[in-house]
Design a protein around this ligand. Structure first.
Ligand code: ZN
Length: 355
């Protein structure tokens, strides 16, 4: 039995699959966590369901370049490759076509042949195949509302949850490989209302103007509609620079001169030093966690059995390095709260790059 706590690569032999809808989602949801696990020895793979062909070009500097005009898909593949390199992760494309963000009923308005229109039992096969080949111990995806209500995000949830179930069933799609049971599935909850409300409050406490003011009403409403359980918070602020560089690598999707990226986001990273995940499936065999409590875990692999049959112990995830020179309280160690009025979900006005 190996003592992982003695290793500089404590997550060696462990595998994490992060399923995302578009190229750039991997850089805005759980990105610092991916980079951290990769740096600490885990194999991390991002599976991107669509090519992001329908994404608007949000960077005026690139809007009229030949590549952007003639081959947006090719441009986004190159951006994705660079983001993967920066994050230190492996990457796979599922190969579906971006459904776009229609103004109305996606069943009517998404293009024929796009990811949203492909029957889930068909697209789930692609994910089953990746699961059985890569054999992740832990998978992340979006919650049933997509985290962000884009048709491709909602469909990514549906497909990945069906696939994770089918991948473990012997006799189901045997042509796609040997059965593989993913031990834990988490939803990305990086954009939780809980987080943005706390950042908002802290900015006010410090006499700063908060950019989140107008989102509060929406946040409260979302909380009433869906209880979001922030099961795990992974301390990862030392990887925020890498995350931001990966996001900037998606140059078509980011206006480097524009609003959210250098204003509110910079504040948020100073005041909140972790990424959050909601436990959705747990096959580790441990006692069920208390769904009324947030922040019960700091490591997505806790309790997982590795390929040698050893369980990953608690306490492996090193504490976040507090890089905040202003002396702001460390957001990682506080905020252990009972879920209730303080727990809310995705802000309505998600930043452009988070889509
Ligand atoms: Zn997206």
């Amino acid at each position: 039995m190996r003592d992982r706590s003695l290793s500089s690569q404590p997550y060696a032999g462990l595998r994490l699959l992060a399923v995302h809808a578009h190229p750039d989602d991997e850089a805005s949801k759980g990105a610092a966590t991916s980079a951290k696990y990769a740096a600490l020895g885990a194999r991390v793979m991002v599976l991107t369901m669509t090519g992001g062909e329908a994404g608007d070009i949000l960077n005026p500097a690139l809007e009229q370049t030949p590549a952007a005009v003639r081959d947006i898909a090719g441009l986004r593949r190159d951006e994705m490759a660079e983001a993967a390199r920066l994050l230190g992760i492996e990457h796979a494309w599922a190969g579906y076509v971006d459904s776009g963000l229609p103004d109305g009923d996606p069943d009517e308005l998404t293009p024929r042949g796009s990811f949203y229109r492909v029957p889930v039992e068909v697209s789930a096969r692609t994910v089953v195949s990746v699961l059985r080949r890569f054999r992740p111990h832990v998978m992340t995806t979006y919650d049933e509302r997509g985290g962000y209500p884009h048709p491709d995000h909602i469909r990514t949830h549906d497909v990945s949850m069906i696939a994770v179930e089918q991948a473990g069933m012997a006799g189901t799609n045997p042509e796609l490989g040997e059965p593989w049971t993913v031990q834990k599935v988490y939803y990305n909850q990086d954009l939780s209302a809980h987080k943005f409300l706390r950042i908002h409050e802290r900015m006010l406490e410090q006499g700063l103007e908060s950019p989140f003011e107008e989102q509060l009403e929406w946040l409260t409403q979302r909380d009433e509609e869906r209880h979001t359980w922030l099961t795990a918070r992974v301390p990862c602020s030392e990887y925020f620079d890498i995350r931001d560089r990966a996001l900037i690598a998606h140059a078509t999707q980011i206006d480097p001169q524009g609003g959210f990226f250098f204003g509110p986001r910079a504040e948020a990273r100073r005041l909140w030093k972790s990424e959050e995940f909601e436990l959705a499936v747990d096959h580790t065999g441990r006692e069920p966690l208390d769904r009324e409590q947030n922040f019960l875990e700091s490591d997505l692999f806790v309790g997982v059995t590795d390929d040698d049959g050893d369980a990953v112990p608690d306490g492996l995830m090193p504490e976040a390095v507090d890089t905040d020179a202003t002396g702001t309280e460390d957001a990682v160690t506080e905020d252990v709260v009972t879920v209730g009025a303080a727990s809310r979900e995705t802000p309505a006005e998600a930043p452009e790059e988070a889509r």
